[in-house]
Design a protein around this ligand. Sequence first.
Ligand code: DGI
Ligand code: FE
Ligand code: FE
Ligand code: FE
Length: 187
Amino acid sequence: MKREEALQRIKPHLTEHRYAHTLGVLESALLLAERYGADQKKAELAAIFHDYAKFRNKEEMRALVQERLSDKSILDYGDELLHAPCGAYYVAQEVGITDEEILNAIRYHTTGRPGMSLLEKIIFLADYIEPGRVFKGVEEVREIAQKDLDRAIVAALANTVTFLLKRGQLVYPKTIDTYNHLIAEAK
Ligand code: DGI
Ligand code: FE
Ligand code: FE
Ligand code: FE
C-alpha cells in the first residue's frame, strides 16, 4: 500500500489532532528506521495505522478482546490499553494488512512487551517522541533516541510509569515486564 493511500485510509478514523500526531509518528519512525536499520516500508505502515482504533467504541473493543483476542489481561487495566491490540485486529480485518511484524508493532505500541522486535521498538518510541509531543522529559528521551534505542525506551517507560503512579492509575504488569527485560539485558 502506498503512503498516500494509507493516509487516506486512516484519516476518517482520527480527529485533526490525532491525525497530526500520526504524521509526527510517521516522521519519527522513518528517521529511527533509517538510523537503526529497520524496513522503511513496514515502519511507514505501522506508524500510519498505529492509532487506528483510538476512537473506536470501548464496549465494542472490550467485547472483541473477550471473544477474539488471546490476551484478556488488558481488560483489567484501563480502557486506554484497548486501542493497541484491537487496532491490530481491525487493521488486519478491515485494511487487509497481514504482515505480522507490522501488526505486532501496532499491537504493542502502548505497553511494549519483553523481547520486542526492532520495528516494535521503533513504533513504541516514535509514538513517544514525535515532534508534537510536549510532555515533561520528552526532550531527554529524544536525545537518548539518537544514540541508544533501548535506553530511550527505558526512559520513556520510566516516565510513563511515573506518570501513572502519580495519578494513582493502574500500571499494566507487562509494561513493568518490558522495563525489567530491557534493564536486565543492558547489564
Ligand atoms: O495513543 P497515544 O496517546 O498516541 O499513546 P499510547 O498508545 O502510548 O497511549 C497512551 C495512554 O496509555 C496514556 O493515557 C497512558 C496509557 N498507558 C500507557 N502505559 C500504560 C497505560 N495505562 C495503563 N493503565 N497501564 C500502562 O502500563
Ligand atoms: Fe496509541
Ligand atoms: Fe506510547
Ligand atoms: Fe499514538
